[in-house]
Design a protein around this ligand. Structure first.
Ligand code: SAH
Length: 211
C-alpha cells in the first residue's frame, strides 16, 4: 500500500516515518510512504503556493493549481492504483478506527496537508474525494493528521505488525501490567491484580473483557 503526502514541510514527517514499525514495514515492501514538497509543483519561479483570501481577512490560503498538479503527478507515479485523495480539514469527518478499516482497502492514499488559513475550497469540492479531521482542536497544519492516519491505516495492512506489537483494537483495549509484581509508589506497595497471577486463562479473559 502506498501513502503519498503532499506538504510544504516534507522533512517534519520523514524523521518519524524512518523509525519503528513504519520503517520495518517500508523495508519489507508492505507499505511505501512518500512525502512530496508542494513547492515543487508550481510554475512560479518563487515557488509560491499561497495567496491572500478573496473577501479579505488575515492569513494566506493554499492555491488550487499546485495541489492539482501534485495530485496528478503522484497518481501517475503509482500507475493505475485504486487511490483515494484526502484533504485534512477541520470540517472533515472525524477520524476513527472504522475509517482506518475503510481506507486500508485502497492501494494508494494521497494526503493533502493544509497550512495557514487553509486551502482554496475548490480542492475540497473538485480534487479531494473526502475531508478528514482528526479531532475538534486546531493544529497549525495537516502534517500531524497525515502521520496519524498513515500509522493507524498501516497497522491494518497484513504483515505490518510483528509478533511483539499488539494487535488489539481500540474496543478490546484492557489494562496491562508487567514485572515487578509489587512496586512501591509514593510510599505504598502497589500490586498486580491477583487474577493475572492466577494462571487461570478463562478467569483472566473474563477480567480483561470486563475491564
Ligand atoms: N482558520 C482555519 C484553520 C486552518 S489550520 C480554519 O478554520 O479552517 C491549517 C490546516 O491545518 C488546515 O487546513 C488543515 O489541513 C490542518 N488541520 C488543523 N487542525 C486539524 C484537525 N484537527 N484535523 C485535520 N486537519 C487539521
Amino acid at each position: 500500500m502506498r501513502f503519498d503526502i503532499i506538504t510544504i514541510f516534507p522533512n517534519i514527517l520523514d524523521s518519524y516515518f524512518n523509525e519503528s514499525i513504519l520503517k520495518r514495514a517500508g523495508k519489507n515492501g508492505l507499505v511505501e510512504i512518500k512525502t512530496h514538497n508542494l513547492r515543487d509543483f508550481t510554475d512560479d519561479k518563487h515557488h509560491k503556493v499561497d495567496e491572500s483570501p478573496y473577501g479579505g481577512g488575515p492569513g494566506m490560503v493554499f492555491k488550487v493549481e499546485p495541489i492539482e498538479q501534485a495530485v496528478k503527478s503522484v497518481k501517475k507515479q503509482a500507475g493505475n492504483k485504486k487511490s483515494r485523495v484526502i484533504l485534512f480539514s477541520l470540517r472533515g469527518e472525524k477520524f476513527d478506527q472504522k475509517i482506518a478499516h475503510r481506507l486500508v482497502k485502497y492501494d494508494q492514499l494521497i494526503f493533502i496537508c493544509g497550512r495557514y488559513e487553509g486551502v482554496d475550497e475548490r480542492v475540497a469540492e473538485y480534487i479531494a474525494d473526502e475531508e478528514i479531521s482528526i479531532g475538534d482542536y486546531v493544529l497549525s497544519g495537516g502534517e500531524l493528521p497525515a502521520a496519524i492516519v498513515t500509522e493507524a491505516v498501516s497497522r491494518l495492512v497484513k504483515g505490518v505488525l510483528g509478533k511483539h506489537d499488539s494487535l488489539e483494537e481500540f474496543k478490546g483495549s484492557y489494562p496491562v501490567y508487567t514485572k515487578p509484581e509489587i512496586v512501591k509508589i509514593k510510599g505504598k506497595n502497589r500490586k498486580v491484580p491477583d487474577v493475572l497471577l492466577s494462571g487461570d486463562h478463562k478467569k483472566i479473559e473474563e477480567w480483561r473483557n470486563k475491564r
